[in-house]
Design a protein around this ligand. Structure first.
Ligand SMILES: [Zn+2]
Length: 145
């Protein structure tokens, strides 16, 4: 419940403009990341016809966020520029996977959506020899067991 409240607080801060938005992630990069997430999840979800906008913003304690029903994924501005690496790309792929789930099946449970996002992010990290970035044990933290 605490995590949920923190998410809602972050959402209202972003919506009210309290958090600084630094800019937009390059559209080709978002299209590329969406194609990766779509390829991993294509046994379960259709690839959306629309590519969401990815905004780099000041985000307190989150690397990435996605709010159901929107066409925006939020990426921590600390990841952009010189820090745009495999971890940063994994975060973008993860959030885009949440978007894919939301477009296909609005109202999907938090746990099912997170499972898809982890699957996409883990597959990307593993295929880039970054097993250290994979996480197959998130269920307990997310109270999804
Ligand atoms: Zn997630």
């Amino acid at each position: 419940m605490r995590a949920l409240l923190l998410s809602l607080l972050a959402a209202s801060q972003l919506a009210s403009g309290a958090a600084t938005v630094y800019g937009q992630i390059n559209r080709q990069e978002v299209e590329w990341a969406l194609s990766i997430a779509c390829a991993v999840l294509d046994d379960t979800y259709d690839c959306p016809s629309r590519v969401p906008v990815a905004l780099a913003a000041e985000m307190d304690g989150y690397w990435g966020l996605y709010y159901s029903g929107t066409d925006i994924v939020w990426i921590n501005e600390k990841l952009v520029g010189p820090h745009w690496d495999t971890f940063a790309k994994q975060v973008l792929i993860h959030e885009l996977a949440h978007y894919i789930v939301d477009v296909n099946e609005p109202g999907t449970s938090k746990c099912d959506s997170e499972a898809a996002a982890r699957r996409a992010g883990n597959a990307y990290a593993a295929s880039n020899n970054r097993g250290d970035l994979t996480d197959y044990h998130w269920q307990e933290r997310y109270k999804c067991e």
